[in-house]
Design a binder for this molecule. Structure first.
Ligand code: SF4
Length: 323
């Protein structure tokens, strides 16, 4: 699979499974929270696709692995990869699968899922570590009660998990003081998601949250965690223009923050709540190339990431890894 083929697969974002597949290696977390997904490795590229029954892409078995096929044409040949916990090589856990906020594209507040206790998290990660395949731990969370409560809870988990000796990344809703707290607990990297590359649109799709406060936390995080270790998800497909996205990419990279350009996942639980249009292959490639240049211009390196999505690469076109 080359870069263009990966972009084509991400633009669709889903795959249909037919019949028995090698190991039925499906994962049940990620942007399509609540559903199943597969990880497909082909050459140097890894792609994660959500499993749906009506996808135009189909996963087919091959004697030496698997292929992804559209309208009878093979788009990529490779193999399925077993995720460790949500993603290959990492224990990637969502602590609170619920949220007091109501971002219009996010399924978490609607799913009203469970809250993992510290005991559960430690047990899950220890099981993952025992496989010998765990290279990193990534913790993400909705907001159960308040950002501060969530931060304290996750920091306590990071303190305990430090003894496993792998880098730990944390993605939570930021608030003043969170960077020091997480750093002192032992986190190596953080991701605070700006979500929307258009400030005006942000107010509509993330009501009750402050773009400026997230940006302030990101800027401080670069001082605390260092360049190449601070990230922010920017969703592509919420109705923002490419111009707005480019401005946000410039703004973040000039501040030392690495944007994660994430194709929107139009979750059925959020249908009608916001514009959610999966970006085309061409748009994804254009933006990824722009991002690569912006990172280089600002002395940032996607390949230096220790945890999270720049390390995994399943959902996005990652500069420093895919291009
Ligand atoms: S790229 Fe990030 S969100 Fe996607 S599967 Fe990998 S770790 Fe999960």
């Amino acid at each position: 699979m080359d870069l263009e083929s990966k972009a084509r697969l991400i633009a669709v974002g889903t795959v249909r499974l037919e019949g028995p597949h090698p190991g039925e290696r499906v994962s049940t977390a990620g942007p399509g929270a609540g559903g199943q997904s597969i990880f497909f490795q082909s050459g140097p590229h890894l792609v994660r696709l959500s499993v749906t029954e009506d996808s135009p892409l189909r996963l087919e078995s091959r004697p030496d692995g698997a292929a992804i096929v559209q309208d009878g044409r093979e788009l990529a040949r490779g193999r399925l990869v077993q995720p460790l916990l949500h993603c290959p090589g990492q224990a990637y856990l969502t602590i609170s699968e619920r949220c007091i906020y109501d971002c219009k594209f996010c399924a978490v507040p609607r799913l009203k899922g469970g809250i993992k206790s510290q005991e559960t998290v430690l047990w899950m990660v220890e099981q993952a570590a025992e496989t010998g395949d765990m290279q990193a731990i990534s913790l993400t969370s909705g907001v159960e009660r308040s950002p501060e409560h969530e931060g304290e809870k996750v920091a306590a988990m990071v303190r305990e998990l430090g003894r496993l000796g792998v880098p730990i990344g944390v993605s939570i809703c930021p608030y003043p003081g969170v960077n020091r707290l997480l750093r002192e607990a032992g986190a190596a990297e953080v991701k605070y998601n700006l979500e929307c590359g258009d400030k005006d649109l942000f107010r509509q799709v993330c009501p009750g949250m402050s773009y400026e406060a997230i940006m302030d936390a990101l800027v401080e995080a670069v001082d605390v965690f260092g360049k190449n270790h601070v990230f922010s998800n920017i969703i592509v497909g919420l109705g923002e223009s490419d111009e707005a996205l480019r401005r946000t990419i410039d703004d973040l990279t000039e501040k030392g923050v690495i944007p994660v350009l994430r194709a929107v996942y139009p979750h059925p639980l959020r249908a009608g709540g916001a514009v959610m249009k999966r970006p085309s292959k061409e748009r994804l490639l254009d933006l990824a190339r722009y991002l690569k240049e912006a990172l280089e211009k600002n002395g940032l390196d996607g390949a230096a990431a220790l945890t999270g999505c720049y390390r995994c690469t399943g959902c996005d076109l990652i500069p420093g890894r895919d291009l």
